[in-house]
Design a protein around this ligand. Structure first.
Ligand SMILES: [Zn+2]
Length: 512
């Protein structure tokens, strides 16, 4: 049996349902075989077990490993030459991005995540050319990279079976394009046309492949309402029930997506999800920016979860999510950095601050999230949106020993008034340079700011070297194709918002 003690001047265990911080001053955590056994007064615990090795000390604040509940890629689209644009156009533009080997790409953002206190990532793998074999091989490389670094990963391959270019039928859209562009684009999307049977086969094989690794959870990810046929939703609902698998689904990210649902169903996509039995505690809806009050009532009543991707909503002009209306209904909201945060990196501290400060409408009594609520979103509620559920997200006996040791001096130097709550200071002032040590399942994967298993410098040097040359002929051709397609996509969506209510959520009473 491996036993370890982790000590801190403050151990933040979590936040209770009333928003109170649960913390222990001068606390210590006893870990046995990767699981938290006891949390107690540090002096008492160490005196009782003098032979056990102690990590940390009174210069550290200890808190649960954070969860980035919505993540796709390593190098950011911006870095790869796809500047921020409204989502629908950006998706098209991104078809021209450079290809980065999966392993190097995954390491790049995993380093950033761990350095900002993230121990678990919800990786939503977007596109793999080919069939179930290729999907499983891509999963092996991405999951293997996280596991080599020591991170926990909740992995999904994004399922889609329609509307691969714009929010409309592929062939109908291709028919509107100049013939040479249509041929090229058709050839570009064809390798990605995995049908729902192939998607489910890949999911079931991955579930089997990783059944023995408690650091890996395999989830379902029907990627969005407009990308999934009714047949796909029906099958996914059935498979989720059969495997008791959690699901992550982008939904109502932009007003164009709401307009699509209205055109197709006459109402909200939530009604369709409800019809297929997809609104329940297994489901996390990514974004949910354009949810109506009725939608939020249905989400709350069914204990469906939401993942708030604040930076992404800003960068891609998607809108402002009604986070206060979600929290006031008791909806469990997780936080995702999505493709990249506001600083074009993966900094969970920055993302938490952005969430804290983006939902503060004027008025002394108007609601706003508290630092404790934001912390709960990034830890316990994040955990609930992954396949790990209540095994992670809080420091308490029986949960996995995933935790972060932050140098207290980083938030308190040269002065922090003793009246300031430590949790508030972590949210307001925490930065990656303060993260000293990170444990996942009781194993130290970052120590003194250095990764213990992987030579970060060597990986980054290899990444630099790999991308040092010019774009390949194929990459150059794809970029030109993507740029031409953006213009046609813009025309396709022309007029879509003419009948859509576009006021900020707080001021509209949208009842669709
Ligand atoms: Zn996403």
């Amino acid at each position: 049996m491996t036993t370890k003690i982790v000590r801190g001047c403050t151990v933040i265990c979590g936040v209770d349902d009333e928003g109170n911080v649960e913390e222990i001053t001068n606390g210590a955590i006893l870990i046995e075989d990767g699981t938290i056994k006891t949390i107690a007064d540090a002096d008492e615990l160490i005196r009782a077990m003098p032979e056990i090795e102690v990590t940390g000390g009174d210069e550290f604040i200890v808190f649960p490993g954070l969860i980035n509940a919505h993540h796709h890629v390593g190098l950011t689209p911006f870095q790869l030459g796809a500047p921020d644009m409204p989502l629908e156009l950006w998706i098209t533009e991104r078809m021209g991005a450079r290809a980065v080997p999966w392993r190097l790409d995954t390491f790049y953002s995993a380093f950033e995540l761990v350095r900002s206190g993230v121990t678990t990532v919800q990786h939503l793998h977007n596109r793999v050319a080919g069939g179930p074999d290729e999907v499983c091989e891509a999963a092996k490389q991405v999951i293997g990279t996280y596991r080599d670094l020591g991170m926990r990963v909740s992995y999904s391959y994004c399922m889609r079976d329609r509307n691969r270019i714009v929010y409309g039928d592929d062939d109908e859209f291709l028919a509107t394009l100049p013939a040479d562009l249509a041929t090229e684009l058709d050839a570009a999307i064809t390798p990605f046309k995995l049908n729902i049977d192939g998607n489910i086969e890949a999911f079931e094989r991955m579930r089997q492949n990783y059944a023995g690794d408690d650091g890996v959870a395999i989830q379902l990810a029907p990627i969005n309402f407009h990308w999934c046929s009714d047949l796909a939703l029906e099958r996914i609902s059935d498979v989720a029930q059969r495997h008791d698998a959690s699901i992550h689904m982008h939904l109502l990210e932009t007003p164009y997506q709401r307009a699509f649902a209205r055109r197709e169903t006459g109402g909200s996509p939530l009604l369709t999800l409800e019809r297929f039995g997809l609104l329940n505690s297994r489901m996390t809806l990514g974004h949910g920016v354009w949810t109506s009050e009725n939608d939020l009532d249905a989400i709350a009543a069914s204990d469906t979860r939401v993942c708030h991707n604040c930076s992404s909503n800003m960068r891609l002009k998607s809108g402002t999510a009604p986070v206060n209306d979600m929290l006031s209904r008791g909806i469990k909201v997780a936080i995702g950095i999505d493709e990249a945060g506001i600083n074009d990196d993966r900094d969970m501290f920055a993302e938490m601050r952005l969430v804290l400060n983006s939902h503060r409408p004027p008025g002394h009594s108007a609601p706003a999230p508290s630092p404790a609520q934001v912390f709960k979103m990034a830890s316990e509620y994040g955990a609930l949106s992954t396949g790990f559920g209540a095994r992670i997200g809080r420091l308490e006996p029986g949960r996995a020993a995933d935790m972060v040791l932050l140098k207290k001096s980083q938030i308190s130097s040269p002065y922090l008034d003793p009246s300031v709550s430590i949790l508030d200071a972590v949210i307001m002032r925490g930065k990656p340079e303060g993260v000293d040590t990170v444990l996942v399942g009781g194993e130290i994967i970052l120590s003194g700011g250095r990764f213990t298993r992987i030579d970060e410098g060597a990986v980054l040097a290899e990444l630099t070297e790999t991308l040092a040359g010019p774009r390949t002929e194929d990459e150059e051709r794809r970029r030109k194709m993507a740029q031409r397609t953006v213009t046609h996509a813009e025309q396709f969506y022309d007029g879509w918002l003419d009948d859509e209510p576009m006021e900020p959520y707080e001021y509209r009473n949208s009842r669709i």
